[in-house]
Design a protein around this ligand. Sequence first.
Ligand SMILES: Nc1ncnc2c1ncn2[C@@H]1O[C@H](COP(=O)(O)OP(=O)(O)O)[C@@H](O)[C@H]1O
Ligand SMILES: [Mg+2]
Length: 355
Amino acid sequence: MALKSLKCTDFRCLRSVELSFGSQNNLIYGPNASGKTSILEAVGYLGRGRSFRGASTQELVRHDADEFVLFGRADNGSREESLGVRNSRAGLEVHTNGEKRNSAAALAEALPLQVIDPDIHSLIAGGPEDRRRYIDWIAFHVEHGYLDRWRRFRRALKQRNAALKSGASRQALSGWDQELAELGIDIDDVRRRMLDITRPALEEYGEALLGSQIDFEYQRGWAGEKTLLEALEGSTERDLQMGSTQPGPHRADIRLRYDERQAKKLVSRGQQKLLACALILAATDVVQTQLERPLLLLLDDPAAELDGDSLARLMGAVANLGSQVIATTLEPDRALFVEPPLLFHVEQGVVERAG
Ligand SMILES: Nc1ncnc2c1ncn2[C@@H]1O[C@H](COP(=O)(O)OP(=O)(O)O)[C@@H](O)[C@H]1O
Ligand SMILES: [Mg+2]
């Protein structure tokens, strides 16, 4: 899935930018605060309907402007898809192929992408939400109907939590338990399978990037040998006290296992970044194989926190993956890539093809 072009109006510091990307490697370079991350963030927003930096949609509108508009064309091998996003006072509007969509999922389907940015180590060092999102991204692309099940689970969870907060009776609560348990088991089952199909790729990228054996250990979000229904029923008192449902797949996490000698080194942010990169590349690889087409990989300042050797290993692994890459750097370093990139220079929010 290659992004062929991007048109971007009033997004962060970008007043009006039009770009045509190459189907393989693209490198955007320019000084600090010139707008490199903004371009990647615009691309990321077009494929996700949200910022990969976690910025609120409102702060992405250029100062002095009322709305931002993004438009892109993607080539998915058999046909071209158009994607459009407008964020105005009226809220977010999403279009794909000229039709209005009611959720960002349509964008994710048309332009599946992954991001490696200087914050990526938080996939390892941060809270479990990013790691759940990581598995769910694979599941969304690989397992038909996963998003629908996940949404139904979220809805039921919200209703049970509202009932808990209003001090509902045990009997009223048990009405939600059945539905939650059924949907929750389903989600759990899909996630487990997703990690199983990703495990060989994780081993491969762990070896390539860290020279280490890495494995996932999935924690499903409720204790012991109990079924989810038993866990929910057993947790009612505690849930009433806490005002929220404790057991369930919304509490799942992934632990990573690696050899002992590696564990000591993994306190460094550079090593955490490599580990996170191994996870991201493994997921990209698996989804590419399932969808039978290359995905888009956004690399914001890939050199950050990495020594020359580690960076070379990362870029070698990226090259083997064969994804479309859009990367940013301070200097136009062509040697970063195995195959020469298309170069774009950015200065004060203005982007031009270079060299
Ligand atoms: N909503 C906005 N409106 C205008 N400028 C913004 C907005 N958000 C961020 N900026 C500015 O955009 C500039 C470029 O940021 P960024 O894309 O992160 O630069 P780079 O990645 O090249 O270092 C920064 O000076 C930042 O202050
Ligand atoms: Mg930046």
